[in-house]
Design a protein around this ligand. Structure first.
Ligand code: AMP
Length: 295
């Protein structure tokens, strides 16, 4: 460990490890910025101080982060939930962050006789995630011969290296393109904020507001603020189709009998809700992003 790393956090500042490259890096840095941290990360920086908070970002490899948090190199980290399982790091999962979603799934060549996880018993299974694969398959009562490879796992059956694979899947198109059929899922994963018990206690005064701000952004991204106009008489019908967070806000308009209705709606329900609102009489419907939602 470099001298700079060894000194990290000694001045009472909180250190947060963030992926330096790969698919999680940009979304993790964007989340920190959206949560209100002010920093300038360049490709070459390792330690990035935040100007407006006692927080330093440490830009490191995604798969090193669980161990860095466990060993106290940093206080908190953002990494993939599956990597916490794979490294068996002793850390606390504080928050699911809503990006980096994927599934650790098992797949076999199209012609294989296996049609479920139980069909993998005794087969050679190629994976880059041997610890999770062994543990999660054992949970299904399945024992396999593991072939650990670090990349292009989907090519292993074609190369004669394995009879099946266990790999991270998001859309499934890589599997299909390689003539593989999914036979079962072992783990759902997304990016998570992790911490270490001692750091959470020692630096609680920095951890708590940081966690609150991150959680506020994650919750806000899942919602849209929907505003519309209607008549007072239409309110019951509109409320009945509005799956809002608590009661909607109802405001009188300057015209007699006219109201504005505001509500925070789950983002993935908006496409169903809008036609129903229109049918119930709502007009001038506006849908706005929610920057933060602090419950
Ligand atoms: P990286 O290798 O830095 O791109 O990050 C790998 C991590 O990104 C994995 O351990 C997962 O937590 C996460 N991830 C999200 N979607 C995928 C995917 N489709 N394939 C591989 N990793 C994914």
């Amino acid at each position: 460990m470099s001298a700079a790393l060894a000194r990290l956090g000694e001045d009472g500042r909180l250190t947060l490890a963030v992926p330096s490259k790969g698919r999680m890096s940009d979304p993790a840095l964007r989340l920190c910025a959206d949560a209100g941290l002010s920093f300038e990360a360049t490709e070459r920086s390792l330690v990035v101080p935040c100007a407006n908070a006692p927080v330093d970002l440490l830009l490191v490899r995604t798969d090193d982060i669980p161990e860095y948090v466990q060993d106290g190199v940093v206080d908190l980290g953002i990494t993939g939930g599956n990597l916490v399982v794979e490294t068996e790091a002793e850390v606390v999962e504080l928050l699911e962050l809503g990006f980096g979603r994927c599934t650790l799934a098992a797949a076999v060549p199209d012609g294989s006789a296996a049609h479920a996880l139980t069909g993998l018993g005794g087969l050679r299974v190629a994976t880059s995630y041997p610890v999770s694969t062994r543990k999660l398959l054992a949970g299904h009562g399945v024992e396999v011969e593991l072939v650990t490879i670090s990349g292009s796992v989907e090519a292993a059956p074609r190369l004669g290296l394995a009879d099946a694979i266990v790999d991270l899947v998001s859309t499934g198109s890589t599997l299909r393109a390689n003539g593989l059929r999914r036979v079962g899922d072992l783990l759902s994963s997304q990016a998570v904020l992790i911490g270490r018990d001692e750091a959470l206690e020692e630096k609680a005064e920095i951890v708590r507001p940081l966690e609150l701000m991150l959680a506020g952004v994650v919750a806000g991204r899942r919602r849209r603020y929907v505003m519309m106009n209607a008549t007072v008489a239409e309110l019951p019908a509109i409320r009945s189709v509005l799956p809002s967070l608590g009661a909607p806000t109802v405001l009188p308009l300057a015209d007699e009998g006219q109201i504005a209705i505001h509500a925070a709606v789950e983002a993935d329900q908006v496409w169903q809700v809008l036609p129903a609102l229109k049918a119930a009489g709502a007009t001038s419907i506006l849908v706005l992003p929610v920057e933060r939602l602090v419950g």
